[in-house]
Design a protein. Structure first.
Length: 277
């Protein structure tokens, strides 16, 4: 999870760089082209086309829809928000996962983890700075993306015991790329050769990160694994500082610390519970 989150943060930085010149739909399609290379290798190493067989086409379709919506919303948010703020706001997702794990998956979430969830949401509010400049329509984009991402991760947890990681990644990638292509009539921009390198890098990064995330949810309880995604905020802060010179507000730093502490508290509670005979 930690490696996958770091790769996602780097991908987010590449996406933000691209949003200054290209619309979200074009970015979704152009980077999708380059996901095909690592995806093809994974399919080949997993037994060829037989690894794509599925008995849950409707669930794959729903997961793809969630990823498409979340991707479009998040890329759009990156265009208007600093990288750290956009990623930090989107990290309400792990809190949604823990909150929804019990009603949707039947995973037991005790009152202590519920307390940690509420504490984490308070941290998210600090990051969003109520009454400050971040609370605007653009902030709603990564927040909505975090909810779709939480639903996607819970669905991944449900499917990962029945479907291969390659199949999950394949159908989602095809859906996102095809949706991006459908936006062709909406003012696409000619891509210089140099920028294709960024699209290629983004495709390779997102393909690798999602495969790692799928594998993580295959072997870990959703409500326990989710808190580790918070580390992505730290990576985003580092990248935002060195690339754009962004310096987080004090309230953002406090909020980030709050959600990280909440996540590690959840982990500690799970360890103690599992250690009991």
């Amino acid at each position: 999870m930690l490696l996958g989150t770091a790769i996602l943060a780097l991908n987010d930085a590449v996406l933000k760089w691209l949003t200054s010149d290209y619309p979200a739909g074009q970015i979704m399609f152009c980077r999708g082209i380059f996901i095909s290379l690592p995806l093809g290798i994974l399919i080949w190493r997993s037994g060829g086309l037989t690894s794509l067989k599925t008995e849950n086409p409707k669930s794959h379709f729903l997961r793809a829809v969630l990823v498409i919506i979340g991707t479009f919303l998040f890329i759009s948010g990156l265009k208007y928000l600093p990288l750290t703020d956009a990623v930090a706001i989107a990290f309400a997702g792990p809190l949604f996962i823990t909150a929804l794990a019990q009603p949707l998956l039947g995973e037991k979430v005790g009152w202590r983890r519920w307390s940690a969830v509420l504490t984490g949401f308070l941290g998210i509010l600090l990051i969003m700075r109520p009454g400050g400049s971040v609370i605007q329509w653009a902030a709603l984009l990564p927040l909505a993306a975090s909810l779709t991402g939480a639903l996607r991760d819970l669905l991944t947890r449900h499917l990962s015991g029945k479907e291969s990681s390659v199949a999950l990644l394949f159908y989602t990638s095809v859906g996102v790329t095809a949706t991006g292509l459908a936006t062709l009539p909406f003012k696409w921009i000619s891509v210089p050769v140099f920028d294709w390198l960024f699209f290629c890098l983004s495709g390779l990064l997102i393909g690798s990160a999602h495969f790692l995330m799928i594998e993580t949810f295959r072997y870990g309880e959703a409500a326990l694994v989710a808190p580790f995604k918070y580390s992505g905020v730290i990576w985003a802060g580092i990248l935002g500082y060195f690339i754009w010179g962004d310096i987080p507000e004090p309230s953002t730093i406090i909020g980030i610390g709050t959600v990280i502490l909440a996540g590690f508290y959840i982990l500690n509670r799970e360890r103690n519970k599992n250690a009991k005979p």
